[in-house]
Design a protein around this ligand. Structure first.
Ligand SMILES: Cc1ncc(COP(=O)(O)O)c(C=O)c1O
Length: 394
């Protein structure tokens, strides 16, 4: 059997490999505490589940859904954007629900990228931006996210000939994996660049509701002219602990939304309607759960940052996202440190290099770990010894 050449480029997804390694250790009887995956441990709020259960009992929701999503859901998404960001969206033309945002992020490349086209992709980044580009035959051009630039891409250093070839640009704030945030002036400069070079912008913002110390992340859609050049992907996964239900959305430029809708109508058959009703409840119902979850994550963030600092890892306090991005100490690279933490103290983290070359020198810890495991994991981390520093000193 011969697989397509396309498949040659496709390695197992980063987290599949990490999960496999953890599972192998566990199978050998080792007790591993994992800070590796960003999957909320807190359950979906009960009012959302109640709505889901009611809708699941209604036979009207047992049939094929429409790709475009329920009009009530599109309205709920538009209403949420209006309340949250003061952004007006036409629910019919500028909103499209997705089967989780990963699905739309993966598919949009096929709407804009022809073989040989360039996509500007942050590095480090959520892997799907570059994988989908490559599957569509495109070529990712990596924009390094550096600490000295607050993990924002330096748009000014991208050469003109690259900008000429570029069809699509990805950005993601609050950022996975670095935990960095972007302000409106950055989004505005992205819109200007896109206008000047006729590039479509895809902003991925699933962490906009996971923020700390009263900080409120902004939306690309708040930038002047954003709707002319781009869309924003969003998700209910992290805001409402709904990763398992698979529901997200894309909003913004009507032509881009329409292209994705057309592509999807040929590939999938929409989102189970009971889940769409749960999403309507999430977006239009009480929002206190978001503050409650953020208080939990903030407490965990502080504990994680304190312990990492104590064991000699440099960390910036993230204002948002579910992640702590920690610098690996001298003498290690991100894979060495990950392996050492796993072997020495049975703690799993994600090596930064898994998110791209510029992620080297960092590891990512997720805050989506239940409190009891967190305490145990942190106590183990406190016992970790930097053996390479000792070797260097001798
Ligand atoms: C940056 C980023 N974008 C998109 C997603 C996908 O979220 P979902 O498909 O659950 O909506 C994730 C999930 O971890 C993510 O980290």
């Amino acid at each position: 059997m011969k697989l397509s050449r396309r498949m040659d480029k496709l390695k197992p997804y980063l987290f599949v490999e990490i999960n496999q390694k953890i599972a192998e250790k566990k199978a050998k009887g080792e007790d591993i505490i994992s800070f590796a995956i960003g999957d909320p441990d807190i359950p979906t709020p009960p009012h959302i589940i109640d709505r889901l259960c009611r809708a699941a009992h209604d036979p009207a929701n047992h049939r094929y859904p429409e790709t475009a999503g329920l009009p009530e859901l599109c309205q709920a998404i538009a209403g949420w954007y209006q309340r949250r960001f003061d952004v007006s969206l036409d629910p019919e033309t500028e909103v499209l629900p997705l089967i989780g945002s990963k699905e739309g992020i993966g598919h949009i490349a096929f709407c804009f990228i022809d073989p040989g086209d360039t996509t500007l992709v942050p590095d480090p980044a959520y892997p799907v931006y570059s994988i989908s580009t490559m599957l569509a035959g495109g070529i990712p051009y990596y924009m390094a996210l550096k600490e000295e630039n607050d993990f924002l891409p330096n748009l000014k250093i991208i050469r003109d000939y690259i900008l000429k070839q570029a069809k699509l640009l990805w950005i993601n704030y609050p950022n996975n994996p670095t935990g960095a945030v972007a302000e409106l002036d950055f989004f505005q400069s992205v819109v200007e660049l896109a206008r000047e070079h006729d590039i479509v912008v895809c902003h991925d913002g699933p962490y906009s509701e996971v923020a700390f110390d009263g900080y409120q992340p902004v939306s690309l859609m708040q930038a002047d002219g954003a709707k002319e050049v781009g869309v924003e992907f969003h998700s209910l996964s992290k805001s409402y602990n709904m990763t398992g239900w698979r529901i997200g959305m894309v909003v913004g430029n009507a032509k881009m939304v329409d292209a994705l809708r057309r592509l999807k109508s040929n590939l999938d058959s929409g989102i189970p309607q009971a889940i769409q009703y749960a999403a309507i409840e999430a977006l239009t119902g009480p929002q206190d759960c978001i503050l409650e979850h953020n208080a939990i994550y903030q407490r965990r963030r502080d504990l994680v940052v304190e312990v990492l600092t104590n064991i000699g890892l440099e960390v910036r306090l993230p204002k948002a996202s579910l992640y702590v991005w920690a610098k690996v100490p001298e003498g290690y690279n991100s894979v060495d440190l990950t392996a050492d933490l796993l072997d020495q103290v049975g703690v799993a983290v994600t090596p930064g290099v898994g998110y791209g070359r510029s992620g080297e020198g960092y590891v990512r810890l997720s805050l989506t770990i239940p409190d009891a495991a967190l305490v145990k994991g942190l106590s183990r981390l406190s016992g970790w010894r930097n053996t390479r520093r000792l070797t260097v000193k001798r």
